[in-house]
Design a binder for this molecule. Structure first.
Ligand SMILES: NC(=O)c1ccc[n+]([C@@H]2O[C@H](COP(=O)([O-])OP(=O)(O)OC[C@H]3O[C@@H](n4cnc5c(N)ncnc54)[C@H](OP(=O)(O)O)[C@@H]3O)[C@@H](O)[C@H]2O)c1
Length: 308
C-alpha cells in the first residue's frame, strides 16, 4: 500500500460531479487522502465504494447550511492535521452546491440557503483551514457559466445575476422571491459570488497556494436539479440527455475526470483564473470587480467574527 502523503479536503463528493472526481483522484493519486466533508448519511453511503478504490479516504460530518456545523467540521479536520493523523493539507475542493425553486428558504442562521451553501460555507471553511495548507497546493471552487446569465451561456434558461451585499444573503432578496425564476437568480448570483471569492482569495493566499474557479458547464445525471423546481428537473433528466452526445453537454464521469485534472494540476492554470472544463477562459466582465470583491470579503469576515 502506498502511504498517504497529502490530504485533500473536499465538499460535494457524495454524488454527481464531485463523487466521480473523488473516485478519479483516488484512482490516479494513491498517495492522496481524501477527507469527504459531507452530510452524515450521504457520506456513509459513498464511503465503502471509495474505500474499495483506496484506503486513504475518510469522512467528516457537515451540513454546509449551518455555521455551527461547518465550524465543528473544520475543527475536526484541524485536530486530525495537528495530531499527524492526516498528512499535510495540500488541497481543498469546494464543489458542493444547491439550486432551489425559490429564494425564500432560510438556514438555521437566517441566511438564504443558496447563498449560504454556495458562497458563505466556502469562505468559512477556507478561512478556518487555510493556515494549515502547505504549498504547493491547489484550491478549487466549482462555479458555473450560468454566472454570465446571458443567452450564449444559458440558452435563456437562467436570468442574469443581481448582486447586492448583504441583501442577496437574505431570504426574499429578489423580485417575486417565491418564484422559480427567483430561485434561478439566487443560483446564478451565488455562482458569481463563487468567482468573486476566488479572485479575492487569490490576492491573499501565499505563493504556491493557488485557487481556481472550475466550471463543469452543463452536466446531466447529477442531483442538482432535484430541488430546482419548474421544468428544469424534467429537462435535465429526460430531454437534455437526448442531446448528451453533443459536445455541449457532459455526464458526471467525464465532468468528474475534468475536475480531477484541475485538482491534480493536470490542467495548467494561474491562480485566480476560471477554467471552463479543461481550458482557462475569462469569466464574465461583471465578475472582475475588485471593489465588489473586497466588499464581499469584508462582509463575510464580519459575519465570521460575529458568529460561532
Ligand atoms: N450539473 C450541472 O449542470 C452543473 C453545471 C455547472 C456547475 N455545477 C456545479 O457543480 C457542483 C456539483 O453539482 P452536481 O451537478 O454534481 O450536483 P449534485 O449531484 O446535486 O451534488 C451536489 C453535492 O453538494 C452536496 N451538498 C448540497 N447541500 C449540502 C449541504 N447542506 N451540506 C453538505 N453537502 C451538501 C451534496 O450532498 P448530498 O449528497 O448530501 O446531497 C452533493 O454532494 C455544484 O457546485 C454545482 O453548482 C453543476
Amino acid at each position: 500500500m502506498v502511504p498517504a502523503a497529502r490530504t485533500l479536503v473536499m465538499t460535494g463528493a457524495t454524488r454527481g460531479i464531485g463523487l466521480a472526481a473523488a473516485r478519479e483522484v483516488l484512482r490516479r493519486s494513491p498517495e492522496t487522502h481524501i477527507v469527504v466533508l459531507g452530510r452524515g448519511s450521504s457520506a456513509a453511503e459513498v464511503l465503502p465504494g471509495l474505500q474499495e478504490i483506496s484506503p486513504h479516504v475518510s469522512t467528516v460530518d457537515v451540513d454546509l447550511s449551518s455555521r455551527t456545523s461547518i465550524d465543528a467540521a473544520g475543527a475536526q479536520v484541524e485536530d486530525r492535521l495537528d495530531s499527524g493523523e492526516l498528512p499535510p493539507l495540500r488541497g481543498l475542493v469546494f464543489n458542493a452546491g444547491i439550486h432551489l425553486s425559490d429564494a425564500l428558504q432560510a438556514t438555521v442562521d437566517g441566511y438564504e440557503r443558496t447563498f449560504a451553501v454556495n458562497v458563505m460555507s466556502t469562505h468559512q471553511l477556507l478561512r478556518q483551514l487555510h493556515p494549515h495548507i502547505q504549498a504547493p497546493a491547489r484550491i478549487v471552487v466549482t462555479v458555473s457559466d450560468a454566472h454570465f446569465g446571458d443567452l450564449r451561456h444559458t440558452a435563456g434558461t437562467m436570468p442574469a445575476p443581481r448582486w447586492a451585499i448583504p441583501e442577496v444573503s437574505r431570504p426574499g432578496a429578489f423580485r417575486r422571491s417565491g418564484s422559480v425564476r427567483a430561485g434561478r437568480r439566487a443560483y446564478v448570483t451565488s455562482k458569481l459570488g463563487g468567482v468573486h471569492l476566488v479572485h479575492e482569495w487569490a490576492r491573499l493566499l501565499p505563493a504556491g497556494v493557488d485557487i481556481l474557479a472550475y466550471n463543469p458547464s452543463l452536466v446531466v445525471g447529477t442531483g442538482l436539479a432535484r430541488e430546482a423546481g419548474g421544468a428544469l428537473p424534467f429537462l435535465m433528466s429526460k430531454i437534455i440527455p437526448l442531446v448528451a452526445v453533443t459536445s455541449l453537454v457532459d455526464t458526471p464521469v467525464p465532468a468528474g475526470s475534468k475536475l480531477a485534472d484541475v485538482i491534480l494540476g493536470v490542467t495548467p492554470a494561474e491562480t485566480g483564473t476560471y477554467i471552463h472544463r479543461e481550458k482557462v477562459v475569462a469569466s464574465s466582465v461583471e465578475s472582475y470587480d475588485s471593489d465588489r470583491e473586497r466588499e464581499l470579503w469584508d462582509w463575510l469576515e464580519t459575519v465570521s467574527r460575529t458568529s460561532c
